[in-house]
Write a protein that binds this ligand. Structure first.
Ligand code: 3PG
Ligand code: MG
Length: 395
């Protein structure tokens, strides 16, 4: 790896400016999913144990350069204190005299949380002046926010140029897991790519066909691929204007030796509603007045066959309309099977993306996967083969 880890840094008596991603769901002032908070605990504990003083920089929501009360980080203090097992002091800015005074005054063993970096317009512009002011709060910089590393912002990128920098434990874990899945993986590698639209995942599909051995396409985007083969998909979600693109991807995959798996049978219904009456038909037999909402049992059997052969699996996106039963069946069955193979030591499985993690949690499979990323956009961009500015800045 081209970047340092916590192991190579000296934190004793130092103010450790630490970029974290605690962009967690909040309802009525309470954290409803603390995963991102739990995942940064090893880094915070490590810094504290080495005598460092963690000064946390983070964004929350998208306040667009304005102070928006609803997007203050202050309500997160209790959840952070519980997770870290120590006092968390809050300061209402991430730059300037108050923040500087708070970082200088922080007692040993405590953590300082600075207010939402995105309250300053300079954050998203990666303003060098703001980055320099942030850098005054620390002696060294740790980036543990993989899930924000696709943003070249002052707190994720700019500040790294001012201080000795390294990756935190979560950043390290995320990058190692992704490297194991796409960098130098055990082959064959299978990828599940689902979701509504081909258009939003074009770069992803194009990159994956040259990197993986088997590409399993599910969700709405599978309909676009079916339609591109001349199959009538009735009222299904489908981007007919992407037919040429879908055909090109399929051709490139075939010539490059990447096998593409499309549903063989599908579950169709007349309305998009939980419990809507449904039937299973061959993929080419979708009734004109029906829509495809899930892959069928034959398709799932086919996916299982492929997973039996695969040594590595990377998963982004559900296979069907997983939010509404019974159209979560294919996603649940495939996820459970991948989890079983992983638990048996036969598969390395990595998954990421907001919807994906929700789907795998719903299927009860997430815990048995080798690695579940905390990232949405950053996971996708990494899978697309892009350089993440927040990671590059550590090199
Ligand atoms: C996320 O929640 O995906 C990250 O925190 C990044 O947030 P953003 O998409 O608003 O940059
Ligand atoms: Mg996002």
């Amino acid at each position: 790896m081209a970047w340092k880890t916590l192991d190579q840094m000296d934190f004793a008596g130092k103010r450790v400016l630490t970029r974290v991603d605690i962009n967690v769901p909040l309802e009525d002032g309470r954290v409803t999913d603390a995963t991102r908070i739990e995942r940064i605990v090893p880094t915070i504990r490590d810094i504290l144990d080495k005598g460092g003083k963690p000064i946390l920089l983070a964004h929350f929501g998208r306040p667009k350069g304005q102070r928006v009360d609803d997007m203050s980080l202050a309500p997160l203090v209790p959840a952070l204190e519980e997770a870290f097992g120590t006092k968390v002091v809050f300061v209402a800015d991430c730059r300037g005299p108050a923040a500087k005074a708070a970082s200088d005054a922080l007692a040993d063993g405590q953590v300082l949380l600075c207010e939402n970096t995105r309250f300053h317009a300079g954050e998203e512009k990666n303003d060098p002046a703001l980055a320099a002011e942030m850098a005054e709060l620390g002696d060294v910089y740790v980036n543990d926010a993989f899930s924000a590393a696709h943003r070249a912002h002052a707190s994720t990128e700019g500040v790294a140029h001012h201080l000795p920098s390294c990756a935190g434990r979560l950043m390290e874990a995320e990058l190692s897991a992704l490297e194991a899945a796409l960098g130098d993986p055990k082959r064959p590698v299978a990828a599940v790519v689902g979701g509504a639209k081909v258009s939003t995942k074009l770069e992803l599909l194009s990159n994956l066909i040259s990197r993986v051995d088997i590409l399993i396409i599910g969700g709405g985007m599978a309909n676009t691929f079916l339609a591109a083969q001349g199959i009538d998909v009735g009222k299904s979600l489908c981007e007919h204007d992407m037919a040429d693109t879908a055909r090109e991807i399929a051709e490139k995959a075939a010539s490059g030796g990447c096998e593409i798996l499309l549903p063989r049978d599908v579950v169709v219904a007349r309305e998009f509603k939980a419990g809507a009456p449904s039937e299973t038909v061959k993929a080419e037999n979708c009734p004109p007045d029906a829509m495809i909402l899930d892959a069928g049992p034959d398709s799932v059997a086919h996916v299982k066959e492929v997973l039996d052969r695969a040594k590595t699996l990377i998963w982004n996106g559900p296979l069907g309309a997983f939010e509404i039963a019974p159209f979560d069946a294919a996603t649940n069955a495939a996820a459970d099977y991948a989890a079983e193979l992983t638990a048996a030591g036969d598969l390395v499985s990595v998954a990421g993306g907001g919807d994906t993690v929700a789907a795998l949690n719903k299927a009860g499979a997430a815990e048995r996967f080798s690695y579940i990323s905390t990232a949405g956009g950053a996971f996708l961009e990494w899978m697309e083969g892009k350089t993440l500015p927040g990671v590059a800045a550590l090199e």
